[in-house]
Design a protein around this ligand. Structure first.
Ligand SMILES: [Zn+2]
Length: 119
């Protein structure tokens, strides 16, 4: 495991990342292979930086990236919608992290309310 400050993924993706580490942990030989950084960015995209090589490791990493593309970033359920987060969202929620979100139906409704203008 990399130091925890190198892992910055949204809550719903923790399970995806956990599973990836579990699978990597079960590999017979992964000497020299390391996960350097995991970070979720825009809607469904996870950056997984690795170093070294190990047979099968690339597949596990690719699978995790693929899973992130269909997983709600907030709760981990199957995702349905991309919610755009533009600069105007800062007006109502100044602490918001910019970058679009990939969400399930329920979470997208909640999230839209959260970032909507009050006018
Ligand atoms: Zn959700």
């Amino acid at each position: 495991m990399p130091p925890l400050d190198r892992i910055r993924v949204r809550a719903g993706l923790h399970a995806v990342v956990d599973q990836m580490f579990a699978q990597l942990g079960r590999m017979a030989d992964r000497r020299g292979f390391r996960i350097v950084r995991v970070e979720s960015t825009n809607a469904g995209f996870v950056i997984i930086e690795t170093s070294g090589l190990a047979a099968g490791a690339e597949d596990i990493v690719a699978e995790a990236k693929e899973a992130a593309r269909t997983t709600c970033e907030h709760c981990g359920k199957p995702a349905r919608a991309v919610v755009k987060v533009g600069l105007e969202a800062l007006l109502t929620t100044p602490e918001i992290e910019l970058g679009d979100r990939l969400l399930c139906t329920d979470c997208s409704h909640e999230f839209m309310k959260e970032i909507a203008h009050d006018c």
